[in-house]
Design a binder for this molecule. Structure first.
Ligand SMILES: CC(C)(COP(=O)(O)OP(=O)(O)OC[C@H]1O[C@@H](n2cnc3c(N)ncnc32)[C@H](O)[C@@H]1OP(=O)(O)O)[C@@H](O)C(=O)NCCC(=O)NCCS
Length: 165
């Protein structure tokens, strides 16, 4: 398996958007419904919303045999680094690509002096919950999402502590 993890460039914007468009329906339709998926794709998974993140150096892609199949996007939020997006397209999940992306994010965060990495997932996203638990993230708080959408579960990882086994 030829997986390359690298910073996204301007040439990747369409491919990054495509990762979200391929991943969101399967992930969120059962949890939050079609309207939520449509809202998310219209709001966050567009070229206009994604290009600034890529150009600001906040996006990392996973390329499998030359095709972008996964993406991680980080950014600051109230003083901490937050992983805002981590997605691997459905047909390539469970192959270790999410692990490579998250490890890259954590390594870069440490190298740039960050101690804390936060992220949230929707309550009921059991796959995300187990994935992040495996990397030592622990719940910090819940945030109501409204409109009948499950709460956001915020989790945190101290990057300077050894990973739990
Ligand atoms: C969550 C996600 C990013 C993980 O990426 P991935 O490439 O599928 O995961 P990996 O193959 O790298 O798995 C890494 C580890 O997490 C575990 N894991 C991954 N997905 C899991 C799942 N659904 N249930 C249980 N464990 C899971 C694996 O068993 C693996 O553990 P191991 O290395 O000890 O064997 C990916 O599955 C995804 O995009 N899911 C849908 C979208 C989503 O929920 N994103 C997170 C939103 S906050």
């Amino acid at each position: 398996m030829g997986v390359v993890i690298r910073p996204a460039t301007a040439y990747d914007v369409d491919a990054v958007v495509d990762v979200g468009r391929r991943t969101w329906p399967q992930t969120y339709t059962p949890l939050a419904g079609e309207d939520y998926v449509r809202m998310g794709l219209d709001k966050w998974w567009t070229v206009a919303a994604t290009r600034p993140l890529v150009l600001a150096g906040k996006a990392t892609v996973a390329e499998l045999d030359g095709e972008v199949v996964g993406v991680a996007v980080v950014g600051p939020l109230t003083g901490d680094l937050v992983l805002f997006r981590l997605y691997v397209v459905p047909e390539h999940q469970g192959m270790g690509i999410g692990r490579l992306l998250l490890e890259d994010v954590m390594t870069t965060a440490r190298e740039t002096g960050h101690r804390i990495l936060r992220l949230s997932y929707l309550d009921g996203n059991a796959g995300a919950e187990r994935f992040y638990q495996g990397f030592g993230f622990v719940e910090s708080h819940r945030e109501p999402t409204g409109d009948g959408i499950p709460d956001s579960i915020w989790v945190v990882r101290d990057l300077w502590e050894q990973e739990q086994s």
